[in-house]
Design a protein around this ligand. Sequence first.
Ligand code: OGA
Ligand code: NI
Length: 353
Amino acid sequence: MSSCCNGGAGWPEPVVRVQAVSDTCGATIPERYVKPPSERPSLLAPAAEPVNNIPVVDLSLPDADGTARAVAEASREWGFFQVLNHGVRPELLRRARSAWRGFFKQPADVRERYANTPATYEGYGSRLGTAKGGPLDWGDYYFLHLLPPALKSHDKWPSLPPTLRETTEEYAEEVVQLCRRVMKVLSRGLGLDDGRLQAAFGGEGGEGACLRVNFYPRCPQPELTLGVASHSDPGGMTMLLVDDHVRGLQVRRAGQWITVDPVPGAFIVNIGDQIQVLSNAEYKSVEHRVTVSAVEERLSMAFFYNPRGDLPVAPMVELVAPPASPALYPAMTYDEYRANIRQRGLSGKPTQL
Ligand code: OGA
Ligand code: NI
C-alpha cells in the first residue's frame, strides 16, 4: 500500500496512516481495527444516550472554596469535569485547532517528514505500543514535548502550516497557566495548601508538559472500532480541547459509558494516574475512550500536565494515616511509570491502580 512507510524505524511492521485507510478502504474497515464484541461501542442516537453529563465548573466565580468543593467532588466521583471561563482566549482556541487541522490536511509526504518512532514517540504517529500484529485504533496523532524546556525542540514540530509553531507556543503558555491554576484548586479541594500539589510536581517551572493532537478520520463502520480504546491517562492531569460540535469522548461511570457533551469553548479536565497516586486515590483517574463517526472527522488536543520525570511520586504524607488510611501505592518516578506504559501500549487501567 502506498501509505506504508517507516517500517524500519523501530516499529515492528510498516505503519499505515488511518487517514489513508479511511480514503481507500471503501465500506469495510480492515480486520486490525475491528474490536472484540465486548469493546465495541453501542452507538445510540443522541437522544437515546445517557444524558448524565460530566460536571461543569465556572472558574470565574469569586467563591474559591465553593469552586474547590465542586472540583474535588467531580474529581472523586467522575475523575472528569469541564471548565468554563478558564482564561484561555476563544480566539486562540480556534487558531490552535485550525493550525493543527491544517497539519493533518497537508499532503502525505509533508506529514511523513515527521513520522515518529517508539524511542520517544515524538512526531506523527498512528500507534502506541510495539506488539506485532496487535490491535489498532482508528486515529492518527501528533505528539510533542513542551516542558521542561530542555525537551522542547521546534525542529520536531511541523513547519507547515507556517503559523503552527508560533500558535502552539502561544497555546502552551496559556494552557500551562490554566493548569497551574487548576492545580491550586485541586490542592485546596484535598484540604491542603494551594501550592502543595504543585510542589509534588516539582514546582512551577519544574513540571513536565506534552501535547497529543488526535485526528480521527471518518470511519465507514464506527460501530466496530474506537478512535482510542479504553485507557486512563498515565500523567498528572489532562486539559482536553475538543471540537465544539462533534461528540466522541466517553467516560466510564458505574460500568456504563457516558458520552461527554462538550460545552462550546470549555476545556475537559481529567485526573491522570499520577494525581490518583499523590491523592492516595481520593481523586480518580478514570477510564475513557473515543468513538468515531461515519460522517464527521474529529480533532482533539490533549495537553498532558505531568510531574517532573525524575521525582518519586507517592501518596502525599498528609493524606496517609495508617492503619485506617495506609499509603495505597509505592513511590515511582513518572519516567519509570511512562516507560512501562509505552512498552505495553495504552489499554485499560494499569493493574497496580
Ligand atoms: C487522549 C484522549 C480523548 C479525545 O488523547 O488521551 O483520551 O477526545 N483523547 O480525543
Ligand atoms: Ni486519554
